[in-house]
Each structure stands twice: as structure tokens, then as C-alpha cells.
Design a protein around this ligand. Structure first.
Ligand code: NAI
Length: 272
């Protein structure tokens, strides 16, 4: 059901790889709510994924390749987007993350530092690069909204989340610091949504993810939030209904973040 919450708004969606991607669902919801979008992903992901199908569904949205670790690519993305819309954008979704240490199952205490740098560059510093490039090109309109996706391992220890925990802590810090800078400059708001574990390509790379999803579900009074529900929440943050929300890390996790323990988890443990 559409409420036209994003009628007349224009935005960029990073990170739609396949139909499980949180960015994929968000692109669909934004268009349903009346937005016009540009889709972007790494060149290699565009070759492997099925983003063209999404683009068609989203009123033939342009698909612009950009590796988030390349300043040249991000500049090109904004140049082409500004030309396409003939104006700046009103919202940006940063839904990008990758760790080679996670992918290769390298334990946290033995992390490879080249891989760690790469994880930070792709998953965290990229948000700074996107915002700095946008600011330089004046590519985000007054009262625009930027959302990046994060996970509670930024605040609490989830050992198998590995160096992505540090990457997410950095992402949330950049959100606060750039949120201040873009707020005073152009009333642009910047927030992270801290999402429940969700079965996607990036999510499934984490060791023991299946068991972990069911643990989180049992711990959360409302259960795990789905990718579709995350898309709904993101739409509200792109809308004019949340204009004064900025520099926040917003938990979208069915209540998980404020739980100590639940009856469902205790009952599942059995007596010793
Ligand atoms: P996904 O695998 O569908 O999306 C990750 C995206 O990052 C892919 O589209 C991939 O192509 C893109 N990417 C990787 N390297 C890139 C590069 N160099 N340049 C441009 N794009 C690049 O998985 P998902 O789960 O939708 O992930 C989206 C975001 O949500 C990530 O930031 C992830 O950490 C976050 N998140 C995911 C959770 C989960 O359990 N799936 C939970 C909380 C947050």
C-alpha cells in the first residue's frame, strides 16, 4: 500500500545485489511511495547480479556502476545522477558491506590487515567518501536524508561478526560526525538503521548465521525484523515525517537491543 510518502523525491540506492538484498526491497518501496531512483553497485556485482530486472521494475531506473572504494567512481556516479535528474537528490541509501576476513573464516585474533583495511574501506569509509563527494558537488538537496545500514555488533560482542564489528562501529561514528557537518551546512540528516540479522548474501557469510538468526528471533519480543520491514522503516526516514532525526543509530530489531534474556531462550536451554 502506498501513502505517497516520497512523492516528488529523488534518490540513490547503493547495494541491491539480488532480491534478498535489503537495498532491493528498499528500492521497490521507495518507488511505490512515489520516488524516482538511481541504482548503483560495484561493477563486478552488476555483472553477477540481477539488478537490471529491478531497474525495469523501478520505472527503468538508471543503473550506474561505482565501486565505493574509488573516489573517481563516486564522483562519476554523482555527475551522472545530477545530469539524469537535472537536480540534486533528496535521499541516499548506503547498503554496502564486505569483509574478506569474514568470507574466509579467518578468526578475529588472526585477522589479515590488508583484508581488514579493505573491510573498513568498503563498509565504513565509503560513507565518508559518498558524503564528502556529495557535499563537494552540492548533490544533496536541503533537508535531504541519508541512511546507512549497521548491526548491533558495533556496540556488543558477537564473536563471529569478526572485523565487521569494528567496521560498523566506524560507520556509526562517521554517521555522527558527518551528520553534524551536513546538518549545519544544509540541514541534511544522516542516520544508521541497526537491523536484525537477515538472510541475505552478506548476512549468510557470517559463521553459524542460521542458528544466530533463530537465537535473535527468540530473544526479540517482536521477533526478527525482515528486510521488507527494514525497507518500510527506511522510507519513513527518507520522508518529511522525520525531518529532525539526525546522527542517530536507530535499532530496527524487534526489541533485541534492550533485552537481557527472554523466556523463549531460557526454555530452549534445558536444565543442567
Ligand atoms: P547484500 O549482500 O545483498 O548487500 C551488500 C552489498 O554491498 C552488495 O550489493 C554488494 O555488491 C555491495 N558491495 C560490496 N562491495 C562493494 C563495493 N566495493 N562497491 C560497491 N558496492 C559493494 O546483503 P545485505 O544484507 O542486504 O547488506 C546490506 C547492508 O546491510 C550491509 O551494510 C550489511 O552489513 C547490513 N546489515 C545486514 C544484516 C544482515 O543480517 N543481512 C544485518 C544488519 C546490517
Amino acid at each position: 500500500m502506498s501513502h505517497n510518502l516520497l512523492k516528488g523525491k529523488k534518490g540513490i540506492i547503493f547495494g541491491a545485489l539480488d532480491e534478498k538484498s535489503i537495498a532491493w526491497k528498499t528500492a521497490q518501496r521507495c518507488v511505490q511511495e512515489g520516488a524516482e531512483i538511481v541504482l548503483t553497485n560495484a561493477p563486478v556485482a552488476l555483472r553477477m547480479g540481477t539488478i537490471r530486472q529491478l531497474a525495469e521494475e523501478c520505472n527503468n531506473a538508471p543503473v550506474i556502476p561505482a565501486d565505493v572504494t574509488s573516489s573517481e567512481d563516486i564522483e562519476g556516479l554523482f555527475d551522472q545522477t545530477l545530469e539524469h535528474f537535472g537536480s540534486g537528490v533528496d535521499f541516499i541509501l548506503h547498503s554496502v558491506g564486505m569483509s574478506i576476513n569474514v568470507r574466509k573464516g579467518i578468526p578475529y585474533t588472526e585477522n589479515n590487515y590488508d583484508f581488514m583495511h579493505k573491510a573498513f574501506d568498503i563498509s565504513s569509509i565509503s560513507l565518508h567518501r559518498v558524503l564528502a563527494t556529495a557535499m563537494k558537488k552540492d548533490a544533496i538537496n536541503e533537508w535531504g536524508s541519508v541512511v546507512a545500514l549497521t548491526y548491533i555488533a558495533a556496540q556488543r560482542v558477537f564473536p563471529d561478526y569478526n572485523d565487521m564489528a569494528d567496521a560498523k562501529a566506524l560507520l556509526e561514528s562517521i554517521t555522527r560526525n558527518f551528520g553534524y557537518q551536513y546538518g549545519i551546512k544544509k540541514h541534511v540528516r544522516v542516520n544508521t538503521i541497526s537491523q536484525s540479522p537477515t538472510q541475505t548474501t552478506a548476512g549468510s557469510g557470517v559463521k553459524g548465521f542460521g542458528d544466530f538468526i533463530s537465537y535473535a528471533d527468540k530473544m526479540s519480543p517482536l521477533g526478527n525484523a525482515t528486510a521488507d520491514q527494514c525497507a518500510d522503516y527506511t522510507v519513513t526516514l527518507f520522508s518529511d515525517l522525520t525531518k529532525m532525526v539526525t546522527m542517530q543509530n536507530l535499532f530496527h530489531d524487534g526489541g533485541f537491543s534492550f533485552m537481557g534474556v527472554s523466556e523463549a531462550v531460557i526454555n530452549g536451554m534445558g536444565e543442567k
